[in-house]
Ligand binder design. Structure first.
Ligand SMILES: [Zn+2]
Length: 288
């Protein structure tokens, strides 16, 4: 009998998942600090299978359930500026906080996620690639739906209604593969354009695909970003001592799927056991 690599991975996953869920349940009330969650897309249920090729697509109902679970555990959902203040003032470790972030600036963030957040009275932080603002991108594969991105007016509406915006570079590119001068212009151009659009200071950045190196960190700092975010298995943040910590803040990435158990583990303070494997695969692909 031939067992494929993905078949054995599935088997291993089904064996490890109950253990990881049990640990998460035990840990759910004990962790302290801010958990930064990293979402990408929130779609209508009927779009889920078509959009599953993307990173981190969950359904709007699934997203509602995440918010309910967060609240049911007594965690406080805080805006990005409040989260950073809690960490900077050294008081984040006194309670359980969750800060919701979204990468890429897709249209569904505004159409599907933002109304749910508003309804629940929550804020969120959206990391946007400035060159993609208002764009519709066709990838030319079969009859796939194009990728739509939020336009300037949508970003302004989010800010006006209590959300916030950060940079996700100018184009959505792997910054570690570019010349230093191009990295500089990617980071500075993005900051300048987004500030122009929303009319407030942009001092947060999330690295596309969460990849960075020493030069990228130095350029991000020099471009004026005070806080930069990575991805992967982040755990919780209680304090950020020094430049390096501020420029590589960990987040917990939400996986694609209708209602995945791993996401509840991630939301409740546990560890997605296969995330280190996914992160390693990503790092190898981008050779960081
Ligand atoms: Zn991205």
């Amino acid at each position: 009998m031939i067992v494929s690599a993905s078949g054995s991975r599935k088997k291993l996953r089904s064996m490890l998942q109950p253990l990881s869920s049990t640990i998460a349940r035990l840990w759910a009330r004990r962790w302290r600090g801010v958990r930064f969650l990293c979402y990408h897309s929130v779609c209508q249920p009927q779009e889920l299978s078509e959009l599953a090729r993307r990173t981190g697509v969950i359904s709007v109902d699934g997203f509602r359930r995440h918010l309910k679970v967060i609240r049911a555990h007594g965690y406080r959902i805080v805006s990005m500026s409040d989260a950073l203040k809690l960490v900077a003032n050294g008081v984040a470790g006194q309670a359980q906080y969750v800060c919701l972030t979204f990468d890429d600036g897709r249209y569904d963030n505004f159409a599907n996620a933002w109304p749910v957040l508003r309804e629940a009275g929550c804020s969120a932080h959206f990391f946007v690639s400035s060159a993609l603002v208002g764009q519709t991108v066709y990838d030319g594969v079969n009859d796939r739906e194009p990728d739509r991105y939020m336009d300037a007016e949508m970003l302004r509406t989010i800010v006006r209604e209590g959300g916030s915006i950060g940079s996700h570079a100018h184009r959505h590119v792997n910054l570690t593969t570019l010349t230093r001068a191009t990295v500089r212009s990617e980071l500075r151009e993005s900051r300048r354009l987004l500030q122009e659009i929303v009319g407030c200071t942009i001092d947060t950045h999330a690295y596309p695909w969460a990849v960075y190196d020493r030069d990228v960190l130095a350029e991000a700092r020099d471009a004026g970003y005070r806080y930069c975010f990575a991805g992967g298995v982040g755990g919780t943040v209680k304090a950020l001592e020094g430049d390096h910590a501020k420029l590589t803040i960990p987040r917990n990435t939400i996986r694609s799927g209708p209602d995945r158990e791993e996401n509840y583990v991630t939301v409740c303070g546990g560890m997605d056991v296969f995330r280190p494997y996914s992160t390693l695969k990503l790092r190898m692909r981008y050779r960081t």
